[in-house]
Design a protein around this ligand. Sequence first.
Ligand code: HAM
Length: 419
Amino acid sequence: MAGKIRPVRGMNDILPDQTRAWQYLEDRARRILETYGYREIRFPHLEHLELFARSIGEDTDIVEKEMYTFADSGGEVLALRPEGTAGCVRAAISAGLFRGGGAHRLYYLGPMFRHERPQKGRYRQFHQVGVEAFGPPGPDLDVEQILMAQRLLQDLGVPGLTLHLNSLGQPEDRRAYRGELIAYLEERRGRLCDTCRDRIQRSPLRVLDCKVASCQEAVASAPVITDYLGEASRAHFERVQALLQEAGIRFVHDPKLVRGLDYYTDTVYEWTSDHLGAQDTVVAGGRYDGLVAELGGPATPAAGFALGIERLLALMDSAQIPTEGLDAFVAPLDERAQSVALELSETLRDEGLSAWYHSGGGSLKSQLKKADRLGAAVAVLLGDQELAEGTVTVRDLVQGEQEAVPRDRAPQAVADRLG
Ligand code: HAM
């Protein structure tokens, strides 16, 4: 026998028993996002590597070591998308959506790919629901997106949430801050882990995010970005906080929240849940006013967030997921009954009912067992006697009762049994 082919590490199959929960979540997400005026956009899973290098940043973990990249047979260097913002902006620019300055509110659902070390809640193929809004520069848009994420999380019954909020200011604020932070970190170089020592000059803000205890101690009294914000960014951040308070949304200002992608400006946030393990961020996002221009579009303010579907599913209240059901199990008891049974199954489907046409014969007992395993509510049986009399036997698998009904009344009899 040939050897089994293993799945790729960190990539999961989503099996039929799980897809109902996925579909439910996706359906709820679509509905809620659309009530805020967001419309779906779909863009390729593959893009030019350069798109991600220019948007997420050359010195980020994602671009440096987590992307799946390859040269195709034409020599083009491509990458599987590690996130959705870059591709969404690229698609909008390619389509000329920003011409005329129209406001666009877009959402997407789908797989993203990062070559990280797999663990619970962290996969190499994972899925996001993402939203991006283009146009308005105001803090009220940031807050509306936070309200939208909160509505989604609450709708799905996610427990134990905390909203962490920060501002990363404008690039010039960050440049001034960066110099101070590098000086502070250089003085403590010896107390940092190897990765963070490497990061001091290239990506000093990421040191603030390190989970290693000695690094966390070393940065405990590091200068914070919010002390370096320019006037406009300071006002923006204050307004975001005031609007959140007025909306009754609790948050924690976390001055060390820096995010792992370079495109952010001003508002950034992450929602964590204390019901998850180490990978506890469910939703993350913020404003990125410079990205559209950076990717060759007209200067257009923007903000968005993405939600990790696997993490959300782990937290979701599964009681609200509708149970699977099959209306009718249609069984021809011998070959002569097949054509009538096929036709009857089609008629049931014409009526909007689900019907499992049983192929493969077997005893009546084994067929009823199968109907039960499939969760069918009703079995429709067709044997010699039924054929001769022009009837079918409709058996209620919940009540255990059965009756013979004329063939043309079968759909109604099934529907009656289903209540
Ligand atoms: P991100 O923080 O890289 O942001 O990812 C957003 C969410 O995706 C995370 O909070 C987490 O729930 C989920 N996630 C990320 N990596 C993994 C993984 N390896 N396995 C499972 N889940 C994961 C972004 O991607 C930005 N594009 C968000 C954004 C949109 N900002 C503005 N617009």
